[in-house]
Design a protein around this ligand. Structure first.
Ligand code: KIV
Length: 285
């Protein structure tokens, strides 16, 4: 099983690694069996799975529901639970309770928190009690209203210096890795070189130690114009549309179910293209 020590070793050995989001049992099982070493139950599930406009409405109960499903499907990957908005904002005690729920109820091995500043002390407390913490700097979606939208961060020298110092403080506080989202590539490379722990980029260029993408973006399940940093490795929305339309057509014209998908009482294959009226009056089997 991948542990936080393996992730550290990846960096030390110069081995770049892939991280993907996972929100349910079956996709977690597939990704785990595909050898993806780190799966993130991201609060992006609020937008991707639940249809919220931002990640802000996602609750801890919703996160736990999905985390449990992922933990049932994945047995090799390091599982990281993303602490949702307002699950660690009230106090350190609240953060400990939420992180504890991820570990005890959700079956996660680590948690992720957004931002620097007050999150640094929280990181120290959580790691001090055996809860590994992944940081998240740059474009931090829980700050969407503060940032005035989903905008690239760290373009000015002042912002860049802040991101670098937050990253160093998080490392110092015991974080085992840091997500760098939506920052210029040169800044991400600079942060990566300055840290002993691995960085994981999304929209941060090629210079980070690992990369993370949202499962549904990577597979082309989300449609429309994708953000620049997304690469679609498949076009599953188109494939699903095609399959659903073919299925509906075959149901309509009686091609499905065929004999190979039908049962008979005497073991003989049911006739192909059973007509609805024949089935209704019991004459087709
Ligand atoms: O919620 C999420 O999926 C994330 C990743 C994009 C890093 O935070």
């Amino acid at each position: 099983m991948t542990t936080v020590l393996d992730v550290q070793r990846f960096k030390e050995e110069g081995q770049r690694f892939a991280v993907l989001t996972a929100y349910d049992y079956l996709s977690a099982k597939i990704l785990d069996e595909a050898g993806i070493p780190v799966l993130l139950v991201g609060d992006s599930l609020g937008m991707v799975m639940l249809g919220y406009p931002t990640t802000l409405p996602v609750t801890m109960d919703e996160m736990i529901h999905h985390a449990k499903a992922v933990a049932r499907g994945a047995h090799q990957a390091l599982l990281v639970g993303d602490m949702p908005f307002m699950s660690y904002h009230v106090s350190i005690e609240q953060a400990i309770t939420s992180a504890g729920r991820f570990m005890q109820e959700g079956g996660m091995h680590a948690v992720k928190v957004e931002g620097g500043g007050r999150v640094v002390e929280m990181t120290q407390r959580l790691t001090g009690m055996g809860i590994p913490v992944m940081g998240h700097l740059g474009l931090t979606p829980q700050f969407v209203h503060q940032m005035g939208g989903f905008k690239v961060q760290g373009k000015s020298d002042k912002q860049a210096a802040r991101i670098l110092s937050d990253a160093k403080e998080l490392e110092q506080a015991g974080a085992f890795s840091i997500v760098l989202e939506g920052v210029p590539s040169d800044l991400a490379t600079r942060v990566t070189k300055a840290l002993r722990i691995p960085t994981i980029g999304i929209g941060a260029g090629p210079g980070t130690d690992g990369q993370v993408l949202v499962f549904h973006d990577m597979l082309g399940l989300t449609t429309g114009k994708a953000p620049k940093f997304v690469k679609r490795y498949a076009q599953l929305a188109e494939e699903i549309t095609r399959a659903a339309q073919t299925y509906a057509q075959e149901v309509g014209d009686g091609t499905f179910p065929g004999p190979e998908h039908s049962y008979s009482s005497n073991g003989a294959a049911a006739p192909a293209k059973a007509k609805l009226d024949e089935v209704k009056y019991g004459s087709s089997v």
